[in-house]
Write a protein that binds this ligand. Structure first.
Ligand code: PLP
Length: 292
């Protein structure tokens, strides 16, 4: 199936459109049709924000949480606040066109656009064929410095570390560096020795019956999958904590995962070429819970 593209003519956050007016702001376009000018700030500067949602058997996971994070990212970048009902309607329209069985990803994008026309906004839907073997086989990671200290979120908010911006060139470069080093993925570290997150995932670490993840004030993205998993793990009797995680803890942990909306929970099998413990039973239960 070819990917779906739905263009939004963005409404201001406080607009109260009728159903017909709302419908008129949403338009499917062929995925081969250009939708940006060469002067769009999203294309020229990576100046914009996005969200990627996972969908399964006709349901999108975490719509509220993703829209909340989109709003938070827009606010951090001084972009206009997204109209909640319009983005919800766009997600629903894309979902309705995706296969009703199997997995899919839905991506929301808002660029700063151009000064004359304002933001460019669209939603894509892509059906996922095949499995994610990493969910069972795991990934080998290397730790790579992100180049700043743990307090960067507070000391230099203009670096936008907690916003989901379109500027992912650094994240993709880190993944290529991991591949050059014979690994599959990355855990970013702060210059003061703490583990942060992956380039496209949050970090979870198990010590016995405690599961920890770095707190978001340490300059990481607030993960929606991590939040869902904390609810599940809490109900399973684990104690879930937000705190700093020293890089050395990764080797000593009972299990380490990278978690994200589409790939879900992936066990880390090696850190910097050292094999670490995994918990495949809990990984399976976490992924089953996310897909249920
Ligand atoms: N951290 C970063 C840098 C990410 O890019 C992502 C997702 O793409 C995540 C964490 C995980 O977020 P979520 O679980 O909401 O997909």
């Amino acid at each position: 199936m070819t990917p779906l593209v739905l263009l939004l003519d963005p409404l201001s956050a406080d607009a109260r459109p009728t159903e017909a007016e709302l419908a008129a702001t949403l338009r499917f376009v062929p995925s081969t049709e250009p939708i940006l000018t060469a002067f769009d700030a999203g294309a020229g500067r990576g100046d914009g924000i996005f969200e990627t949602l996972g969908a399964h058997d006709g349901f999108a996971r975490g719509v509220d949480a993703h829209l909340q994070r989109l709003r938070a990212s827009a606010s951090k970048l001084d972009l206009p606040a997204p109209h909640d009902g319009q983005w919800r309607a766009a997600i629903a329209q894309v979902l309705a066109e995706l296969p009703s069985e199997g997995q899919a990803s839905i991506r929301l994008t808002m660029t700063r656009g151009t000064e004359a026309a304002g933001p460019t906004c669209w939603v894509t839907g892509t059906a996922i064929t095949g499995d994610f073997p990493e969910r069972t086989n795991g990934v080998r990671v290397v730790t790579l410095s992100r180049g700043y200290a743990n307090d960067v979120g507070e000391s230099a908010p203009w670096l936008l570390v907690g916003a989901k911006t379109l500027s992912y060139a650094i994240n993709m470069a880190a993944l290529r560096e991991a591949h050059r080093r014979g690994a599959d993925d990355v855990i970013f570290t702060s210059t003061d020795g703490f583990a942060l997150e992956g380039p496209t995932s949050s970090l979870l670490v198990r010590h016995g019956s405690t599961i920890v993840t770095p707190a978001i004030q340490f300059g990481i993205l607030a993960g929606t999958t991590q939040a869902d998993l904390f609810s599940f793990l809490d109900a399973e009797g684990f104690s879930c904590e937000y705190r700093t995680i020293a890089v050395d803890e990764l080797i000593q942990a009972d299990a380490v995962w990278l978690v994200s909306s589409v790939r879900l929970a992936v066990p880390v099998t090696e850190v910097n070429a050292t094999t670490i413990s995994t918990d495949l039973g809990l990984t399976e239960r976490m992924n089953a819970a996310l897909l249920s």
